[in-house]
Design a binder for this molecule. Structure first.
Ligand code: ZN
Length: 439
């Protein structure tokens, strides 16, 4: 939800360093996860805090301590100075301070709090380090710095996020940037969340990313507000799912800066499984081959009125009649992602949904879809913004969005339940934040 006017944020370019670190531990974590899975099988449910065997718990602890150590060594002050120099050269409105990699690496390796059973205090030093980087960057210790500095913080769950938020609030930082790429990539399922050290049942096992993302974003907000008496300026890195925009907006208010950025709208537009975003009747991603299937079954086609789709389909009009003939010849079978890629004939008949054979056309189709996806995200943002003056109106708006989203068919029931669970976290936090910030 980028601010009115121009706001430029300079990222710290840590992605490669982080993936190297995660990669380096892959072999070591795998046997631990196998043992954990078989212990869970014996338990008959996903491990909750204190349930894994002492031997396995200490193996997870040793790994976590090692990650903490390695993260400390991964970044030198010279490296930070070089990063700040290149960030400053962009003359950004704000830059994202150097991170500590411990928690993002643990997330990437799925070393959960319930596996290592380390106390909350164990997670303080990595946050202290990131906050210290932000304070020193602002003070010019890594070279001249004229922009605002957001601390780059990570957390594993609500409690670790709240602790980090409190520390950031106490340090009176300009803002907080939360790295949520790891949370969004999480492949695991969860049937509970932890808040204030207690397991809270979610009622069903759901994919973890939405719950974890909202837990972290909400925890950072609430912790910061506890220390500072107001919400933080907040930047969510790596959140590109359309439905998460209204959910995250519940944490903000009219005065407080709240931004998300992600490469997902680009990746989804150009990946082997092409996806397009829509905001009506509710925000979501649609796989291009599913849109094609719907279209060929004599329903309405892709009639997006955004300037990018319009412009592209004028130059490369779809030919649904030919597409239907082809489909009949295929026995009207279910389509797959590959059907939208050349040399599939369908890719030529429905180019807006496809990667056709001609390279220039395929490039233009990619460009149109990238712009389309961003256009949809913008529309979601402005519909949220319209409600932003009144927290009750915003909550009603998001509740209605969730009602429509939940009633859509075609979306995966697990993800629907995950969005529901994430919404409950956002809704509950919205009330808490309103009380804490005095409105
Ligand atoms: Zn469009």
């Amino acid at each position: 939800m980028v601010d009115e006017g121009r706001t430029l944020c300079a990222d710290n370019g840590n992605v490669d360093l982080i993936s190297d670190l995660i990669e380096g531990y892959a072999n070591r974590v795998e046997p631990l996860q196998t043992r954990r899975a078989s212990e869970e099988e014996r338990l008959g449910h996903r491990a909750r805090p204190g349930e894994l065997s002492p031997a396995l718990t200490s193996a997870f602890q040793r790994l976590a301590r090692d990650v903490l150590e390695r993260s400390r060594e991964a970044v030198s002050d010279e490296h930070v100075a070089a990063v700040v120099r290149s960030q400053e050269s962009m003359r950004p409105t704000y830059l994202i301070g150097m991170e500590d990699f411990t928690l993002v690496t643990l997330t990437g390796l799925s070393v959960e709090r319930e596996y290592s059973d380390l106390p909350l205090e164990w997670y303080r030093p990595p946050c202290e380090r990131a906050i210290d980087y932000a304070v020193r960057t602002r003070a010019g210790e890594f070279g001249p710095c004229s922009s605002a500095v957001f601390a780059g913080l990570h957390a594993l769950d609500f409690d670790t996020a709240r602790q980090a938020g409190r520390m950031a609030g106490e340090a009176r930082l300009d803002g907080v940037a939360a790295g949520l790429v790891g949370a969004m990539k999480d492949q695991s399922f969860v049937d509970f969340r932890i808040r204030d050290g207690e397991a809270v049942d979610l009622g069903a096992a759901v994919p973890r990313p939405y719950v974890r993302t909202l837990d972290i974003a909400a925890g950072l907000h609430i912790g910061y507000a506890e220390a500072a008496g107001r919400r933080p300026a907040f930047h969510a890195l790596g959140v590109g799912s359309p439905i998460l925009l209204p959910l995250l907006s519940l944490l903000g208010d009219e005065q407080t800066y709240l931004a998300v950025d992600s490469t997902a709208p680009i990746k989804d537009a150009t990946a082997r499984t092409i996806s397009l975003y829509v905001d009506t009747p509710a925000p979501r991603k649609l796989k291009a081959y599913r849109i094609a299937e719907f279209w060929l079954a004599d329903n309405d086609g892709w009639r997006c009125t955004c300037p990018y789709c319009r412009d592209f389909t004028e130059r490369h009009p779809p030919d649904p009649a030919k597409a239907r003939v082809w489909w009949r010849g295929e026995g009207e079978r279910a389509l797959s992602a590959a059907d939208m890629l050349a040399p599939s004939p369908l890719a030529e008949f429905l180019p807006i949904l496809s990667a056709p054979g001609d390279e220039a056309t395929a490039r233009r189709a990619n460009a149109a879809r990238i712009s389309h996806n961003h256009w949809v995200m913008k529309r979601i943002e402005s519909s949220v913004r319209k409600q932003g003056r009144d927290p009750d109106a915003l909550r009603r708006f998001v509740a209605e969005t969730m009602r429509v989203y939940g009633a859509l068919d075609g979306s995966h029931p697990g993800w629907r339940a995950a969005a529901e669970a994430a919404w409950r976290i956002a809704e509950e936090s919205s009330h808490e934040l309103e009380r804490m910030s005095g409105g």
